[in-house]
Design a protein around this ligand. Structure first.
Ligand SMILES: [Zn+2]
Length: 349
């Protein structure tokens, strides 16, 4: 499971909630043990899969599920982000998108809630050994527990031991992230972010900073190439967040696996993985032969599956090894902001 939750203006969820969702990830994976078929056609699965590679190319669009009574506009925002990312990265899955929420004062009737939970649990258990009666209380807590507390969440959870494995994108109370003044509504950005993870999970395993940094970079890059907004301000906010890591000895090299990171590192999950990570992705592309962002999609990720991420990275950035990359990136992050922003102008489509 890869989660993501982000407040406004670059403020991110505290570690408490991130940890809470890690616990939820266990449920996602545990339920995945039993969730089979039922929801989608089954594309053929290669006999051997690279570590971390769990999704496959598919012509099928994601299936969207909206809680009745929650505004259709929220589905449309999320769909715009997901489809923007899917058009760019390519179509992978199978992917289900589950959207629930309760706007101020709204009442969601018990039978409406029940219908949503049944739709979800039928999808997850239709051919499994797990029963609907086991699924329903978990789903109740996962969707409506969060919704009724008024919290907002967006994350990918993947089900990796089904045939086929599948991706679930979950969006809860995304209306709270919506502000009219934003050139690109935040729920659209959340869709871009989470679908980027679907793409990433279709190739070999990559480190935490590359997963989250890639998704945050996509939030800046895709709106930019569509002319919705510039990317400088978004990347500046990432730079400001990266600067909040007060210990100069802690770098993205310490953020290869959030689950293994010690507390003095994991407390900077947001700053290192997401925000420094976004700059690391930009720096990677800049050091590549073509400086084309599309080469990340067309060359780098396929090579991760073939070579493993460390070898793929050193070849892509034309450096001796990942240590050389980390050293070069560390030096880059010490440069003045203006020079850093100039790097973005040299990236090509
Ligand atoms: Zn994420």
């Amino acid at each position: 499971m890869t989660d993501h939750g982000k407040g406004r203006g670059g403020h991110r969820l505290g570690k408490v909630r991130l940890r809470a969702r890690s616990a939820q990830a266990l449920f996602c994976l545990a339920l995945g043990m039993f969730a089979l078929f039922g929801c989608q056609n089954s594309p053929s699965i290669p006999a051997e899969r690279a570590d971390g590679e769990i999704l496959v190319p598919t012509e099928e669009a994601p299936t969207y599920h909206l809680l009745e009574g929650y505004g259709q506009r929220w589905l449309e925002h999320v769909r715009k982000g997901v489809e923007t990312a899917r058009t760019y990265w390519g179509s992978y899955g199978p992917t289900h998108v589950w959207i629930v929420g309760r706007e101020d004062g709204a009442v969601i009737a018990p039978e409406t809630r029940r219908a949503f939970l049944m739709e979800y649990c039928r999808c997850r258990t239709s051919t499994s050994e797990r029963s609907l009666s086991e699924c329903l209380p978990h789903a109740q807590a996962r969707f409506f527990g969060v919704m009724d507390r008024g919290e907002s969440e967006a994350y990918l959870s993947y089900v990796n031991d089904t045939k086929p494995p599948m991706a679930e994108l979950v969006f809860i109370n995304v209306h709270k992230w919506f502000f009219e003044r934003d050139p690109v509504p935040d729920p659209v950005l959340r869709g871009i972010h989470e679908y980027t993870h679907v793409f990433q999970k279709s190739f070999g395993a990559t480190p935490t900073w590359m997963m989250e940094g890639g998704a945050v970079f996509a939030e800046a890059w895709l709106p930019f190439i569509h002319g919705w907004r510039g990317m400088e301000r978004a990347m500046e906010r990432c730079r400001e967040s990266a600067a909040r890591v007060s210990d100069p000895d802690i770098t993205i090299a310490d953020m290869e696996d959030i689950d293994a990171a010690p507390a003095h590192v994991s407390k900077y999950y947001r700053e290192l993985a997401y925000d420094t990570g976004a700059w690391a992705i930009g720096f990677m592309i800049h050091e590549s032969a073509t400086r084309r962002v599309s080469s990340l999609r067309d060359e780098f990720y396929p090579s991760v599956t073939d070579l493993g991420w460390e070898t793929a990275l050193s070849k892509y950035v034309r450096m001796k090894d990942k240590a050389a990359f980390y050293a070069a990136f560390g030096a880059f992050m010490k440069r003045p902001l203006r020079q850093q922003l100039d790097l973005l102008k040299r990236l090509k489509e």
